[in-house]
Write a protein that binds this ligand. Structure first.
Ligand SMILES: [Zn+2]
Ligand SMILES: [Zn+2]
Length: 207
């Protein structure tokens, strides 16, 4: 196993869900090249050199510069739970449930301690917050407006298939792909942190 499985790891199964446009490779050399070149490309003063190096390195492992598999993608997902409040000392902070080492340690006993006083957070409360988040997200998706792709007006008639002013196609403001992606992230959070209730809610909300 060359790639560590962390809370936010993008798995092959996630990628398969996205259909044919899979950018995932399991080649350590290729992923290393992509990551190093991406980091170096943050420095604009060496842009040309980095681009040349990237092209040469990709050629060495048999990939072309502009193919989709050569595109860098963040290997870690992220979900920030805002305003996690400690019951004991009332300190408040935002926690990334997929990246923050304070909640994603391999040793479950080390996780979820308040970084101010060290008392463990009430996980039932955390799970309730997440369940409420999923329910709000689902409601927002279900109650969203349909919008005309041509004139961008919101559809007024609820069951119509076409725009009443210009008969253009109607489209959801909040796309099903975006919604499903959010649900996949929440399913991953539920699985990693063993929130079974949350898992059930996500399964029911996902399409
Ligand atoms: Zn505390
Ligand atoms: Zn229209």
């Amino acid at each position: 196993q060359a790639f560590p499985i962390r809370a936010g790891s993008v798995t092959l199964a996630d990628k398969e869900g996205e259909g044919a446009a899979s950018h995932t490779s399991r080649s350590v050399a290729l992923e290393f090249i992509k990551t190093v070149c991406h980091v170096l490309s943050l420095d604009t003063s060496v842009e040309d050199e980095v681009q040349r190096m990237r092209r040469a390195l990709l050629a060495q492992v048999g990939h072309r510069e502009f193919s989709s598999i050569s595109t860098f993608e963040s290997p870690g997902q992220s979900f920030v739970l805002p305003d996690l409040i400690c019951n004991h000392c009332n300190s408040c902070r935002d926690v990334d449930l997929m990246r923050d080492p304070a909640v994603t340690s391999d040793y479950p006993d080390d996780n979820w301690h308040c970084n101010n006083c060290g008392i463990r957070h009430d996980l039932d409360k955390v799970e309730l917050k997440l369940v409420e988040h999923v329910q709000r997200r689902s409601t927002r998706y279900q109650l969203q407006d349909l919008r005309c792709t041509k004139c961008h007006k919101v559809a007024k008639r609820s069951m119509s298939q076409r725009c009443s002013s210009c008969s253009g196609n109607l489209e959801c403001d909040d796309s099903p792909e975006e919604f499903n992606n959010d649900m996949r992230i929440m399913a991953r959070v539920a699985q990693f942190h063993e929130f079974h209730w949350l898992q059930e809610i996500v399964e029911n909300a996902a399409m």
